[in-house]
Design a protein around this ligand. Sequence first.
Ligand SMILES: NC(=O)C1=CN([C@@H]2O[C@H](COP(=O)(O)OP(=O)(O)OC[C@H]3O[C@@H](n4cnc5c(N)ncnc54)[C@H](O)[C@@H]3O)[C@@H](O)[C@H]2O)[C@@H](O)CC1
Ligand SMILES: [K+]
Length: 516
Amino acid sequence: MKIFSKAQIYEGDRLTAERQNISSTDLMERAGTQIFNWMHARMQGAQVPIHIFCGIGNNGGDGLVLARHLVLDGYNVKTYIINYSDKRSKDFLINYDRIKNTTKDWPVLLSDAEELPEIHPNDIIVDAVFGIGLNRPVVNWVKTLFMHFKASKAFTLSIDIPSGLFVDKPVEDEDAVVYAGFTLSFASPKLVFFLPETAKYTVQWEILDIGLDQEYTFTTQTETELISKYEVLPNYRPRDKFSHKGQFGHSLIIGGSYGKIGAVTLASKAALSTGAGLVTAFIPKCGYQILQTAFPEAMVITDDSETTITNINFDIEPTVIAFGVGIGKHVETVKTFEAFLKTNKAPLVIDADGLNILAENKGLLKLLPPECVLTPHPKELERLIGAWANDFEKLDKAKAFAEKYKIVLVIKGANTITIFNNKQFVNTTGNPGLATAGSGDVLTGIITGLISQGYHTLSAAIFGVYLHGKAADIAVEDSGYESLLATHVIENIGKAIVDLFAQPEQHEAAQQSQEN
Ligand SMILES: NC(=O)C1=CN([C@@H]2O[C@H](COP(=O)(O)OP(=O)(O)OC[C@H]3O[C@@H](n4cnc5c(N)ncnc54)[C@H](O)[C@@H]3O)[C@@H](O)[C@H]2O)[C@@H](O)CC1
Ligand SMILES: [K+]
């Protein structure tokens, strides 16, 4: 799913009105009605007090449309205008008139924090104070209002975006933002829903389709894309009946050191479980028996050294090479890595201490093959690109780094973001169970296994991150977050692949009507 920028959303709204020959007021009516339908379907007329707080721009206008429909349907509604400015938008004013003509219970004007309404924990708050138009910090009394929402413990539904949250800038004051239980966002989710510093402002979100012009939404290129099953499916490469293992490539996993052979075992298993034709592990001698016993499907080549990688030397022709899991940063390892990079032609995936070696020897970066995949967690990323002040600066620095070295950069985290060529792909699968030893090694193996079969490195990174998260989502159904092991993720890669083709569960009623 595309994540549109603020400018693209405004342009989409404008073009839609123009091409569908409707006014912006009509589009606002659509938006507000969609919110009403969503609430009505869930509340079924329940008389829970609903407090609707409307700003004076178009987000507030949406709130007024919703308030009017709720009033007309007999809901228990109290509407407030948050009068933070005298620059009221045209469509706000139109809907302000409409609600005044609908009910004698006119909206209450709030201009300071002196008389904030009482809100009980079982009431509902609708937050329509600011939308994507927020362009400067909110004034103090509005901040007090937002803190009042939070203190009330009432369920808070934000329209389009939690008020106080910028679409494209970091939050400066955490109390000056609404904490939403649910956000109903128009046309496109907002990037801030997925970033570590701002995801907490909404527990859940959903997109409401307000019928934006389809040609515009199809043809507009966005900087950010949200990755779910439907984005990865078109890139899936099916196998034909006469396939043989030679077609799915040979993955070479270079890594391991004394006490860290497990990392290579996990990556090798993951690569083969994702569909690599052959996997060879290149490890120090001490790992020979361990790996051959723990994972007989893999082949093993050993280094000259007993305990570390000191001389990368092999006579196979790998389709793809993964470097770094469990490898350490021994001076000999760095030396042989540099020599290897100077001659290597195979696509490369670099993880763990491979990344730390790059960070400490930045001259090596220019030796990376084109579209090389790097999979740092936040600390490794910081070592590579330097510290950042906030999530937006992190993404900017990461994009500049990926652009400079023409690499595919996978920033691991709750919503892993893959960056390439100034585009960012935000993953939606995965769960806190993945915060466990070895899960990164498994991801390296999955991405390597995909490249091995002919996936382009960018597709392999995006698809691999998705599969890794999905396998973990399936695994936690049995294990719970706490007991999830990296091995369980590997065991469920197959189910994650099968799930790609699962039909959505049919609605019971639809099933019944089919049976009749
Ligand atoms: N453009 C359209 O056609 C549609 C817009 N929609 C709604 O419109 C929203 C955007 O509306 P607006 O652009 O009017 O903006 P908002 O309603 O988000 O904000 C209102 C105005 O407040 C001013 N402002 C910004 N920061 C402020 C601050 N800290 N203190 C005081 N004033 C401040 C700005 O001038 C801004 O335009 C969307 O989020 C969405 O909810 C929907 O009705 C769907 C259609
Ligand atoms: K809002």
